[in-house]
Design a binder for this molecule. Sequence first.
Ligand code: PEP
Ligand code: MG
Length: 588
Amino acid sequence: MTMREPGDQEVYHHGQGVSPGVAYGPAYVIVPDALRAPRREIAPSDIDGELERFESALAATRADILRVKAVLEHADKSDEAEIFDSHLLILEDESLLESVRTTIRNDRVNAEHAFSTRVLDAVDRIENSQSSYLRERVRDIRDVEHRVVRVLLGQREPAVGDLLQNAILVAHDLSATLTAELDRDRILGFATELGAATSHTAILARALEIPAVVDLGPIIHRLSHGESVVLDGREGLLIQNPAPDTLAEYERIKAKIERKRAEWVSLAGVPGRTLDGEPLTLLANIEFNREVDAALAFGCDGIGLYRTEYLFLQSGGDVPEPVQLEVYRGIVRRMDGRPVTVRTLDLGGDKLLAGMEGEENPFLGWRAVRYCLDRPEVFLGQLRAILRAGAEGPVAIMIPMITTMEEVDAVLDLVGSARESLRSEGLAHAESCPVGVLVETPAAALMAERLAQRFDFLSLGTNDLVQYTLAVDRGNRRIAHLYQPFHPAVLRLIREVVDAAEAAGKPVNVCGEMGSNARAAALLLGMGVRSFSMVPARIPRIKQILGRVTVEEAAEVAREALEQRDSDSVKAIVDRHFGERFHHAATR
Ligand code: PEP
Ligand code: MG
């Protein structure tokens, strides 16, 4: 970490805290591609000089990689050191290097731009290839490209020590795909210039209990690699060059947060009940099997949403049925008789596999069940793996992004085929496996009555329901103020869904972020919801909040809220009734 010099100023950058917790350490700054290697025309007389600059950057990068490799070997990390062999090979790829030289000569452009462009061409070709081995090389190629461009731009490479130790990632933006790929053992937290609270990236940060601050505006160029920073995910702060007093204060805050977490964990065994004794079910949302421990530690009654697409994103492509089976089965076993609801692939939108890029409106595009129905072999493989995992304990299947009854017919047919094939192959599978629908589009909410006749349960995906009802991209910081879960239009749709489920005698649950918000949870209770699924760390707090409310009071507040004209007056109604009792409980 860069040492603080006397006279260095601490600088506060304000953003939006989307995952509570605090962290401090060196910044690891990722500069976005477009900003990194701007195109610059060069005069014909400068071509030779530019070619020389390129050759010496290659040599410097090579020396740098050899140095990192030696340090890793010295630190007994020979597996990690081996990765650098493939980096060295890329630097020796004559066809790539020759194409860069040709671009410098013929297009008369600067070396960093020429190198970056030719590398991106290579990456495109590889990403479209069928070979998963080659696709895995993409990360190596990009790493090498970053190094060479950084040398050409005269930027300091992060010190070897920084790469080995924990760091706070600072980026322009982080896609959910990239976040899923991060080496979380080395990431203490992240800060981004863009981003919003309900994006999948923010959800992942909360799930993994990594502090995160988004929407910081332009900061990347004001920070350098290795510079000391504090990240405060509760207050939405990134503090550059923290003074010793600030660091000491954050030590105390960190210890307090850890004590609070332990306190919540110690209450895990307390059953969920309203003040008047109505039983509640509190389930966990997970993305990775490593979250199961936290879900159990925080006292979940089961898994209400397992976002399986991250398994695919992490592997960079299709995951064979036996591999899926192992992962799902592992989770079911560890849940030890508690139900596990597995959501089928919700790829698309901001969760893209290689080859999925290129849509103009990805959230309105080839996403979730649409992708699955176009890839029946992939879908069937997943359905079979879930059903087979169900031989070990209770599982349910949940289908995302349903908008039409034709999709419902097709999905249920395929579930039937999956069961049939397992039966005829004599493979053990779930005797009974409820199939539910994620209600997350206005179309599904308005058709809830019909959906309730076809599915075994309904689950409200409020993150997307808000986005699609209000036509507000959930990841767009510019219009984040319009992303209003308390908008009466959203509440009315939710009420329709809860009423439809109740009329059909089918269970209904909420697995969107609204369920983990204190005010929203109280309203949902008042509308008839008794089952809530959320990021594990929020379970104890929501249990505590709902334990301070009676069903009748909540119903009265919900009735009043539904009559309001806007989101602020809805929140005011909840606060007027419960403000005192929710005291100290975050109303995020
Ligand atoms: C939702 O949309 O509310 C939901 C639970 O799914 P996701 O956040 O994964 O889109
Ligand atoms: Mg969704």
